[in-house]
Design a protein around this ligand. Structure first.
Ligand code: PBG
Length: 324
């Protein structure tokens, strides 16, 4: 039996009905806000390609964190800019580098949200790659120890979650061992498991000053054409001890997100990355898109595809809009 008995529009007649039958919830508590911290005092520099997002010193960062808390956002993920870059990226694990100071400052201010840290070397290395480089090759195994040391320094500073984004093989296991051996068995690992080699990281590299100085990241980040391989990466990260996994970017990989959601029982995150943010911002500034509607539709779509939570630069705006 079909029309005229069946009329799906009956359940769309009023907002009360639509709310009753809505399948996919979206709330500020599903969102994680990425933030960039830099050295110095009273620094707050807007990133040209990411309107509304700033590189800021720890003092100014804490001010913004108070807003994040009030908006009911689940947490933040921290990225850092070092004072000086070197071959090995040694400021990545320095106890007094911006990320470590920022994590400690959130805890000291007793702010009530989660602190995740991005664990990678590319912001800290002079060559801009995510690992140790020799003869223009990014070496896997020698990088693991540096990543483990970095994650440990974040845990010491108070991070609740560490999120390795480097895509070296074996890094989750190396980080888990180092955390466990040093008394941080309770610090969780959010693995960037299926991280693709994407053009959509462009604006981030301006924000984090982390563009590779030679070559590209294709020898470690995933080929955008591969979906089955994402499941393999996820499985390996879970075997090594990942507590949660992530797909990144989000929009061009919603099929991957759905496949991962079906394949695992752990929480799955998606990273709505810088380029995805900048596209919406640029179109909205030109009056080509209604920013609020576009953002809420994008975030709902990412949730519907299977993400339990979303890392997004839209988090503060979305939280305001969701509050009404
Ligand atoms: C570090 C890292 C990157 C992003 C998150 N962690 C950049 C990259 O891999 O080049 C991208 C985030 C974004 O574009 O918003 N490896």
């Amino acid at each position: 039996m079909s029309f005229p008995v069946h009329r799906p529009r009956r359940l769309r007649r009023s907002e009360n009905l639509r709310a009753l039958v809505r399948e996919t919830p979206l709330a500020p508590g599903d969102l994680i806000y990425p933030m960039f911290v830099c050295p110095g005092k009273n620094v707050r520099t807007e990133i040209a390609s990411m309107p509304g997002i700033y590189q800021q010193s720890v003092d100014r960062f804490v001010e913004e964190c108070r807003q994040v808390e009030q908006l009911g956002i689940a947490g933040i993920i921290l990225f850092g800019l070092p004072e000086k870059k070197d071959e090995r990226g040694s400021e990545a694990w320095a106890a007094d580098a911006p990320v470590q100071r920022a994590a400690a400052a959130v805890k000291k201010a007793k702010l009530d949200f989660l602190v995740a840290t991005d664990v990678c070397l590319c912001e800290y290395t002079s060559h801009g790659h995510c690992g140790v480089v020799e003869e223009n090759q990014v070496l896997n195994d020698p990088t693991l120890e540096l990543l483990a040391q970095t994650a440990l320094s974040h845990a010491r500073a108070g991070a609740d979650l560490v999120a390795p984004s480097d895509m070296m093989d074996g890094r989750v296991g190396a980080i888990r061992r180092s955390l466990d051996q040093n008394g941080f068995a309770d610090v969780a690992i959010l693995a960037y498991s299926a991280k693709y080699c994407s053009a959509f990281y462009g604006p981030f590299r301006e924000a984090a000053e982390s563009a590779p100085q030679f070559g590209d990241r294709r020898s470690y980040q995933m080929d955008p054409a591969n979906a089955r391989e994402a499941l393999r990466e996820v499985r390996l990260d879970l075997e090594e001890g990942a507590d949660m996994v992530m797909v990144k970017p989000a929009l061009p990989y919603l099929d991957v997100l759905r496949a991962v959601r079906r394949a695992v029982t752990v929480p799955v995150g998606a990273y709505n990355v810088s380029g995805e943010y900048s596209m919406v911002k640029a179109a909205a500034r030109n009056g080509w898109l209604d920013e609020k509607r576009a953002v809420l539709e994008i975030l709902t779509g990412i949730r519907r595809a299977g993400a339990d939570f979303i890392l997004t630069y839209h988090a503060k705006d979305a939280a305001r809009w969701l509050a009404g």
